[in-house]
Design a protein around this ligand. Structure first.
Ligand code: GDG
Length: 755
């Protein structure tokens, strides 16, 4: 992109919901402000930039109503808000389904209430594609695309596939769970690959970032560093960047007339009483019932506090279409009733429960009046309420009681940190903090205030944008090295147009998934017929180029007519005509194995779950079933040990996919190409597909215009990549179908000619 285009670069924010929600009003439409942390955080930033916002209006009905279109057009014109249309059924599966009943509970460590329906997953992908389409319409070169949150985790990859040069950043507002919890997620691989389409990924805390890295390692087998991860030749930058608030928006309101009036009223009403305040979306992650139980315990165990404390709980209704939220609403209603019934006196009600959205001035007055903010989610990405309270206590002596499991705890050390599941200790902390000397409360609060002021939302967004820009620029500088996602249509067209084609396909990881033991990775029943179908076209030369033994290939593909088989990385090959195996080198002896086997056995003994595979021309140490971190460490050690032993021989140790293989220098996949070239002239269409380091030898020897395709997202010299073997198989099916259609058309044409 030229410097000029850079100057033009705009910020394009993408989130599930726009800051406005569209609501029906009689036979017309009404614009409402959307609730929640994201809109609160991002609005001031976009106001200050010339950017756009792409998101859903929250409405899926009446899409052909001209009045509705007029409202949306006004949003676009006046505010730069571009609405994405989602049909009702898609919106349900996407939002209420996979986003809020699968990802949300799991990422907040509630696996027991996770629900998964495959059709919701499909709706999630379709909705993410709709967002991509909306972006494709508005994006200009050089724009910085900032995607927000868990509803749009597939979007980075979808967008990258269409716009390889796009500058894409992603921020996750919710926790990223530990790898052992993340593993439970149906479609976990796809989701990680979706995210990895970004140039820059940021999380609220280092803990989340580390969890993400552990998940990419344990689920995708990808190594990473603290600040980056290599994906398909690109680097995605990683960072911990906790969101902030716009403190001035709160402090200014403290001087507002309406706020002052409300504050005076509250002070009068609660004089001689401690006001404890909680503000949450009505969500099970926020720990509202647990807090009420704790409050009950506090009143039971500290009778002196009866009549002297009031808990004001503001709970904004949210996601009311999801059944779990309805249940929660009833539980909270019941608990509030129970506590008030049990403890109230004619002039004191212990819990004031406000189940609706209150205006900002009223909220600020509450924050300013409260002696203590009780912020105890069971899990929370960050929690803005904690920061907002601190902003409103600028000159105050309020106490912040904060859950250890809110992301905000990582940077708000002066708060009283509690475990919300421990009612007894939390109640004690509350009682103790209320009786602290004012000087200590002030000291803690002013330290918190300084940090909230410094790490504000403007600083957060400036850093995000700067880091995204830098990450995208360093990708652009590395430019040609990066493979892009295979453009399927162009690929299939190029195949159809070519009169002579060569297809060289690796097996494990390319056409089938890896299994724990090599013998378990058997081909699906339709694979050999598919390859035979492709090979039956006289225009095609199709070769299976694998590290497998000839025994395996013979057993699984021996009957597939017309197929070349190259076993053990090309040490031996079988031509479809002669159907006999030819050794690449004469006078081969495997006497070397007796020296290597004891070394490998030593590693098997040290590494539970690892095993040795013996082939005719090589020995392989497999550690797929071992702990990935321990396995990698030992694999490095094994290679170092073997390098010393093998330096004077024609053998080398190679790292494969969860393997270390000792094989002959001359047995490599690049040599297979030379053999095929001797049999046929160079074709117009050449495909080489593979997933591990041994396939790189082949990619290296192919001409510039060959279709070199890496399967997976690790580093490669291939020009293109596809995310997994499933996509690779689908592509081969498309090629075979193209052949069938062409043959049918040709026979139709000749039949016609006969008539
Ligand atoms: C997600 C993550 C992360 C609440 N009630 C009223 C009201 N609010 C405002 C608060 C605050 C926002 O809503 C809630 O933000 P949180 O951060 O507490 O929670 P989520 O909505 O779950 O947000 C969260 C956040 O994204 C940002 O990254 O911190 O962890 O879950 O701003 O003030 N505002 C008004 N009336 C109310 O009654 N006016």
């Amino acid at each position: 992109m030229s410097a000029n285009e850079n100057n033009e670069s705009r910020l394009v924010v993408v989130s599930n919901r726009l800051p406005f929600t569209l609501k029906r009003a009689g036979d017309g439409w009404r614009t409402e402000r959307s609730a929640g942390g994201l809109a609160t955080a991002m609005e001031p930033i976009l106001k200050a930039s010339r950017g756009l916002w792409v998101g859903w209006s929250g409405d899926s009905s009446g899409t052909d109503d001209p009045k509705r279109q007029a409202v949306l057009a006004r949003w676009e014109e006046r505010h730069g808000y571009h609405s994405v249309e989602l049909p009702a059924e898609m919106a349900r599966g996407f939002y209420e389904g996979y986003s809020n009943q699968t990802i949300w509970p799991l990422f907040h460590y509630f696996p027991a209430i996770l629900k998964f329906a495959p059709e919701d997953w499909r709706a999630y992908c379709e909705a993410n594609l709709r967002f991509r389409d909306a972006l494709l319409k508005v994006l200009r070169p050089g724009d910085l695309v900032w995607i927000h949150d868990y509803q749009l985790m597939m979007l980075p990859r979808f967008l990258r596939a269409d716009l390889p040069e796009a500058r894409i950043g992603f921020f996750l507002h919710i926790p990223f769970p530990s790898a052992s919890v993340f593993r439970l997620l149906p479609r976990r691989e796809e989701l990680l690959q979706g995210l990895l389409g970004a140039d820059y990924l940021a999380f609220h805390t280092y803990g989340y970032l580390q969890n993400f890295r552990a998940s990419t390692l344990r689920v995708l087998g990808l190594d990473s560093h603290m600040d980056r991860i290599e994906v398909g030749g690109r680097t995605a930058r990683l960072e911990a960047l906790p969101i902030g608030i716009a403190p001035d928006e709160f402090t200014k309101l403290l001087d507002d007339k309406e706020t002052k009036r409300r504050l005076a009223e509250m002070r009068e009403r609660f004089k001689d009483r401690h006001l404890l305040l909680s503000v949450d979306r009505l969500d099970y992650t926020k720990g509202i019932p647990e807090r009420l139980h704790t409050f009950r315990r506090l009143l039971s165990t500290h009778p002196n506090l009866r009549g002297r404390v009031v808990l004001v709980q503001v709970a904004v209704p949210s996601r009311e279409q999801v059944p779990m939220y309805n249940r929660l609403r009833h539980d909270v209603d019941k608990l509030v009733g129970r506590i008030n019934g049990e403890f109230s006196t004619p002039d004191w009600t212990p819990v004031v429960y406000i189940r609706r959205n209150i205006p900002r001035p009223e909220l600020v007055a509450l924050y300013a009046a409260a002696d203590l903010a009780w912020v105890t989610p069971l899990r929370d990405g960050l929690n803005l309420v904690a920061k907002e309270y601190v902003a409103c206590q600028k000159d105050g002596a309020g106490v912040l009681v904060l859950s250890e499991f809110a992301g905000a705890a990582a940077e708000m050390g002066e708060a009283f940190l509690v475990n919300p599941y421990d009612e007894e200790k939390t109640a004690e902390t509350i009682a103790r903090s209320l009786s602290l000397p004012e000087s200590e409360r002030r000291e803690r609060m002013s330290a918190l205030y300084r940090r909230v002021e410094r790490n504000n939302v403007f600083d957060w967004s400036r850093r995000f944008v700067e880091n995204l820009r830098a990450a995208a620029e360093s990708r652009a500088e590395r430019g040609g090295e990066s493979p892009r996602e295979l453009p399927v249509e162009q690929f299939v067209n190029s195949y159809r147009e070519a009169r002579a084609r060569r297809l060289m396909l690796d097996y494990d990881g390319t056409l089938v998934a890896y299994a724990n033991r090599p013998r378990e990775a058997v081909p699906p029943p339709d694979l050999a017929p598919l390859l035979a179908r492709l090979a039956s076209n006289p225009a095609n030369v199709v070769a299976l180029v694998s590290g497998r033994s000839r025994r395996d290939l013979e057993e699984w593909f021996g009957d597939a007519e017309g197929l070349w088989l190259a076993a053990e990385h090309g040490a031996i090959m079988r031509s479809p005509k002669t159907r006999t195996w030819e050794l690449y080198r004469a006078n081969y002896s495997d006497s070397w194995k007796s020296q290597i086997v004891p070394v490998l056995e030593h590693f098997v003994n040290r590494t539970p779950g690892s095993l040795i595979e013996e082939k005719e021309f090589s020995l392989v140490w497999h550690y797929r079933m071992s702990d990935p971190v321990f396995g990698e460490w030992l694999a490095n050690e094994l290679v170092a040990t073997l390098e010393g032993m093998l330096s004077e021989t024609e053998l080398r140790a190679y790292r494969g996919n969860k393997t270390v293989e000792v094989k002959l220098l001359w047995a490599n996949k690049g040599e297979v190409l030379a053999r095929l070239a001797r049999a046929d002239a160079d074709p117009a269409f050449c495909l080489a597909a593979g997933d591990d380091r041994t396939d790189e030898d082949l990619f290296a020897q192919l001409p510039e215009d060959a279709w070199t395709v890496h399967v997976g997202t690790t580093r490669t010299r291939a020009r293109f990549f596809v995310p997994s073997h499933a996509e690779m198989l689908a592509l081969l099916r498309q090629l075979a179908d193209a052949d069938t259609r062409e043959a049918a058309a040709a026979s139709g044409a000749s039949d016609g000619a006969k008539i």
